[in-house]
Design a protein around this ligand. Structure first.
Ligand SMILES: CC(C)(COP(=O)(O)OP(=O)(O)OC[C@H]1O[C@@H](n2cnc3c(N)ncnc32)[C@H](O)[C@@H]1OP(=O)(O)O)[C@@H](O)C(=O)NCCC(=O)NCCS
Length: 151
């Protein structure tokens, strides 16, 4: 591709950018992607909160989002006293049912070596990538589970 002349744009790293900065970068990027991929089903949040039976306060649960017909599970947390009683399995299965109902091709997520890789393996997730030393002394694992034959 032919190179253009250097742009006279001032660049500065910001750790606290002004409101709207992220959207101003995201929106044209989404438009760029849309040209390549075509119109897609709408972005959809998949939240399954666990509420404290006494206070109603959210104390854990699953947070994910569907885009490009894949469910990304961003967060999963079961309070310590509720662990190892199938609750995590129920949350993933519920999210999977939602993903299937919404026509998803698959589910993907990442987990650290000190978290829950064997748990996801038991639920049919397979590793497709790994970063050693993230964080130093540990590793970050990327897992997915295909739900249909979509390529
Ligand atoms: C990982 C987590 C979500 C699992 O939920 P859970 O309700 O405890 O899991 P389940 O009771 O459904 O367990 C299902 C199976 O996975 C196994 N398992 C659960 N957590 C595991 C873990 N961290 N490592 C290895 N195996 C695990 C269970 O022993 C069980 O095995 P079995 O079917 O042979 O008996 C929960 O322990 C948790 O929130 N942990 C702390 C935060 C975390 O790691 N979150 C995941 C971020 S990616």
């Amino acid at each position: 591709m032919k190179k253009r002349a250097r742009q006279s744009v001032k660049l500065k790293v910001q750790s606290k950018p002004k409101a709207g900065t992220r959207d101003a970068i995201l929106e044209p990027l989404v438009a760029f992607n849309r040209k390549a991929v075509g119109p897609q089903k709408k972005y959809r949040v998949v939240a399954i909160p666990i509420e404290d039976p006494k206070t109603g306060q959210v104390i854990g649960g699953l947070w994910g989002e569907i885009w490009y017909r894949w469910l990304f599970v961003e967060l999963l947390f079961i309070p310590e006293k509720m662990r190892r009683s199938d609750l995590g399995t129920r949350l993933i299965k519920l999210a999977e049912r939602e993903a299937r109902a919404y026509g998803c091709v698959g589910i993907w997520l990442d987990t650290f070596s000190f978290q829950a890789k064997p748990f996801y393996n038991k639920l049919g997730f397979r590793e497709f990538g790994m970063i050693k030393g993230f964080p130093p002394g540990h590793s970050r694992h990327y897992l997915c589970k295909r739900l249909s034959g979509g390529r």
